[in-house]
Design a protein around this ligand. Structure first.
Ligand code: CP
Length: 364
């Protein structure tokens, strides 16, 4: 690879301090000897992303590979999104999603129109989302929206003609969170992206501590995991609900032909898991509630030695801070990687792949 490209110095901040075991897998193995396939990413140009189902597995892998390059090299001098304006319309609170999207745009030299909460828009005076969507067409090239209501996407898109990225719709979905989740997993086990079956590693037993039907990040993670069903031996869902899925998800699980089990016996099943995805914030009725809070992990929990924990954050009592400085902690890598994976997606949707530096490993 050309030595004209500088290493991304910001990535140094993502390394754990000396003496701390926390996992921050290197991005290099995702793209070394494995160039990004631009033709796969070009298919995303101008597209909206409302659900994980708007991606193919190939697209997820190529987005992760491009994200790994963006994490590794300094691309600020290439001004990739120069001239593009992105609106972040957040009608519900966020720490990571809005700020990581805005950071991603600004570090690519795009501009941001930021709505940090719905009360600063005409919604406060009774304006409809349909009308707001129509206004966005005149102001920006792309919209990233979070909303408390699951049907908000359909309402906004009635008038919207620029691409929309769903940043979380009630108990619906959070598809770019799943990109961050799977980017962390693919860096941790690059063989999960392997297309040659003879080079694949052992299948993973994947556990979910939470209720996918009521937790959008968990639901999207499960849907994206189904794309990788041939790398997963079993999905174990540990939930306080007897039916934690809802009809749609059961159909998807059965279509994928994946083995799954629902239980509330955390003590029995946690020691069997290779990957644990957890959350406790659920959308129930018309507000957010703490669900499955009885399923808590801490440093003393009986985890497999190599097991990793993913959590979309914000965390409550389910994920104890004593795990932060252990090699089970993949959740900080997951949060930090979100900027790069969102940059990769934004570049592809904006049709700016041709502005990437010529030295990076790509093929058409
Ligand atoms: N993971 C996630 O969606 O975090 P925020 O709610 O802070 O955006």
């Amino acid at each position: 690879m050309s030595d004209k490209l500088e290493l991304n110095k910001r990535a140094e901040f993502l390394s754990p301090p000396d003496g701390v075991e926390t996992l921050r897998p290197e991005p290099n193995s995702l793209f070394e000897n494995n160039p990004v396939r631009l033709s796969v990413l070009r298919a995303l140009e101008g597209r909206s992303i409302l659900s994980v189902k708007d991606f193919t597995r190939e697209e997820v892998i190529e987005i992760a590979k491009l994200a790994a390059i963006l994490e590794n090299f300094e691309i600020a001098p290439y001004h990739i999104m120069d001239g593009k304006i992105v609106t972040t319309a957040f009608f519900e609170a966020s720490t990571r999603t809005r700020l990581s999207f805005e950071s991603a745009v600004l570090r690519l030299d795009g501009k941001v129109l930021s709505i940090p909460e719905g009360g600063v828009t005409g919604v406060r005076k009774g304006e409809s989302l349909d009308d707001i969507g129509m206004m966005f067409n005149a102001y920006c090239d792309m919209v990233i929206m979070r909303h408390t209501e699951t049907d908000s996407l359909e309402r906004l898109t009635k008038g919207l003609r620029v691409p929309l990225i769903n940043a979380g719709n009630g108990s619906g979905e959070h598809p770019t969170q799943s990109l961050a989740d799977w980017y962390a997993l693919l860096k941790w086990r690059p063989k999960l992206a392997e297309t040659d079956p003879s080079k694949r590693s052992k299948k993973l037993c994947l556990g979910i501590l939470g209720t996918p039907g009521s937790m959008r990040a968990v639901k999207s993670f499960l849907l994206m995991s189904l794309m990788f069903q041939d790398r997963i031996s079993k999905v174990i869902v540990i939930s306080q609900m007897a039916d934690p899925f809802g009809e749609d998800l059961v159909t998807e699980l059965e279509k994928a032909g994946i083995q799954y089990k629902v239980t509330n016996n955390m003590k029995k099943y946690v020691p069997k898991l290779d990957v644990i995805y957890m959350n406790s914030i659920a959308f129930l009725g018309d507000s957010y509630k703490n669900l499955d809070a009885e399923f808590q992990l801490n440093k003393e929990s009986e985890l497999k030695e190599e097991a990793v924990i993913l959590h979309p954050l914000a965390r409550l009592s389910e994920l104890d801070k004593s795990l932060d400085d252990t090699a089970h902690n993949l959740y900080f890598s997951q949060a930090h990687g979100a900027v790069f994976v969102r940059q990769a997606l934004l570049i592809a949707i904006s049709g700016r792949l041709d502005r990437l530096p010529k030295e990076i490993p790509v093929v058409d």
